[in-house]
Design a binder for this molecule. Structure first.
Ligand SMILES: [Zn+2]
Length: 509
């Protein structure tokens, strides 16, 4: 069996840490008894971490699949891949072939229970990243979209798709169906009025017999989707600003937002009706005329957003901490219950002891345990814990200023020696032999200095190197409900609520 030391240096970063230095770090991770095993250094020079088709990497995977390798050591996790999804897949393949995996910088060791837990966490977040891989696909379309092509998807109500040729490329464009467009405009106008809810709007349309002209019928979901679609708006600078504020990437230049053309939002395969986060989407102006004035369109968006907030606070009756919270007094689990509606129209959820509510054997905590407060608190604790998981990487970083300072001092000392040598030569009195020696000494000092500067650069680079693959703390910041729940399941054993309302978290690590 053999141990692979794997190093990769990317093309895009010129002054990144050299493969040789990476291999040195890897060698330092070898255990004394491993020094006699077959060590295979594999180097990929000039490959990016986004590309899996790296010669060395493929060679390593081939050996792994043949069962020839029992351990892989890297300098940093991102040497394997910069994509978390790819990284997790590779880790799984390692596991299938009983390959241990160790990273020197992150103190990552898959053979320890700690490493195993990190792998589980990584998988949770990798899933998250996978859902945004649509981005990559849309990049391929970026060029098309700049030219205002229709980006695909279902035919929007009010238009038909007609083949056309733009810039010598066959594509499709939207042509209005006047009778349908008239309905669309009416729907926007009615909904833009105060006190008209989606439900009202639906009732009005039904009462007036204004059914869709394609034979189907309206639902509040269909109406909501229609009202949110920028295909209908006469996109002007206000629309630009609106999407910019929502973090949408806007492909077309602002100068094109003249209030004439409709726009298309694209980039996500499924845009759920209640999802108002457009930060992973793109907006492009199309070539067809918009049909709804921007102020009316924006009025409708404000109403829809307000709606969304209310429905969200109603629907979220559970907590991502469900199943983990228990009452210290009786040992029973605590479950979420909806409270009364607050002044701001939101319903507060709180945790209730089931020993009290179901069995009447407990009086529960004396204070109300609001789910939101508890969630926020645990959220912060998990963030803290996740940043600790990077533990050694962080403490290694802390030590760096000291090492950098030390090297700077050494450089100073070398420079002083050089200076002394030069002034001694200038004073004269050197015979040829001594002069040759002095030159030799000067060359050596120069070399010392070079080595020290190289090390200094490495340290500097380490400090500002891009985010590593495993930045769990950062992934946590963007975690949605399901992710939070999954992470809490992995990391937390119990959350114990004392009678006075104080909280104790029992971690799985
Ligand atoms: Zn209880």
């Amino acid at each position: 069996m053999a141990i692979v030391l794997y190093a990769r240096k990317s093309v895009e970063r010129e002054n990144s840490i050299s493969c040789e230095t990476q291999l040195d770090y890897c060698r330092s991770m070898l255990k004394p008894d491993e020094k006699n095993e077959k060590i295979i250094p594999i180097v990929d020079n000039g490959f990016s971490g986004g590309n899996m088709n790296r010669d060395g990497f493929q060679k390593m995977m081939k050996m792994i699949r043949q069962g020839k390798i029992d351990k892989v050591i890297v300098y940093k996790l991102d040497r394997i891949s910069r994509s978390l999804a790819d990284f997790v897949n590779i880790l799984q393949e390692f596991k299938e072939h009983n390959v241990m995996f160790i990273s020197s910088q992150e103190s990552f060791d898959t053979s320890s229970p700690y490493g195993e837990m990190i792998v589980k966490l990584l998988m949770v977040f990798a899933e998250f990243e996978r859902t945004s891989t649509v981005n990559r696909v849309t990049q391929a379309y970026a060029h098309r979209s700049e030219m205002g092509f229709y980006m695909g998807g279902r035919k929007p109500y009010g238009f038909e798709l007609v083949p056309t040729i733009i810039h010598n490329i066959k594509t499709k464009k939207l042509d209005p169906i006047p009778s349908e467009v008239e309905q669309v405009c009416y729907i926007y106008e009615v909904y833009a009025q105060e006190n008209v809810s989606l439900r009202h709007l639906l009732d009005i349309l039904v009462a007036e017999g204004k059914n869709p002209l394609n034979g189907s019928s309206w639902t509040t979901a269909k109406l909501s989707a229609l009202l949110k679609n920028p295909i209908y708006v006469k996109a002007d600078s206000d629309i630009y600003e609106y999407y910019e504020r929502h973090g949408t990437q806007i492909i077309s230049d602002i100068s094109m937002f003249t209030g004439e053309y409709g726009a298309q939002l694209y980039g996500r395969s499924k845009h759920t009706p209640n999802d108002s986060d457009w930060s992973d989407m793109k907006l492009v102006l199309l070539t067809h005329q918009g049909v709804v004035d921007s102020d009316i369109w924006l009025k409708c968006q404000r109403k829809l957003e307000k709606n969304r907030q209310i429905t969200n606070s109603y629907s979220n009756s559970t907590s991502w901490l469900a199943g983990k919270v228990m009452c210290e007094k009786c040992g029973h689990t605590m479950t979420t219950v909806k409270g009364k509606i607050n002044k701001d129209g939101k319903i507060r959820r709180y945790f209730n002891c089931t020993g009290k509510s179901h069995k009447r054997i407990c009086t529960g905590p004396k204070v109300s345990i609001y789910a939101e407060n508890l969630e926020n608190m645990v959220y912060d604790c998990i963030a803290e814990k996740l940043s600790e998981l990077k533990g050694t990487a962080r403490s290694a970083k802390k030590a760096e200023p000291a090492e950098m300072n030390n090297i700077k001092l050494k450089i100073k000392a070398v420079e002083q020696e050089e200076q002394q040598l030069v002034s001694a030569i200038l004073k004269g009195g050197f015979n040829e032999e001594l002069l040759a020696l002095a030159n030799q000494k000067a060359a050596q000092l120069k070399n010392d200095k070079l080595v020290l500067y190289q090390r200094l650069d490495e340290l500097k680079y380490q400090n500002n190197e891009a985010e590593t693959v495993v930045n769990l703390a950062k992934s946590w910041q963007n975690a949605d409900y399901d992710r939070k729940k999954a992470v809490a399941m992995i990391m937390i054993s119990k959350i114990i609520i004392a009678e006075d309302g104080s909280v104790k978290i029992e971690w799985n690590i």
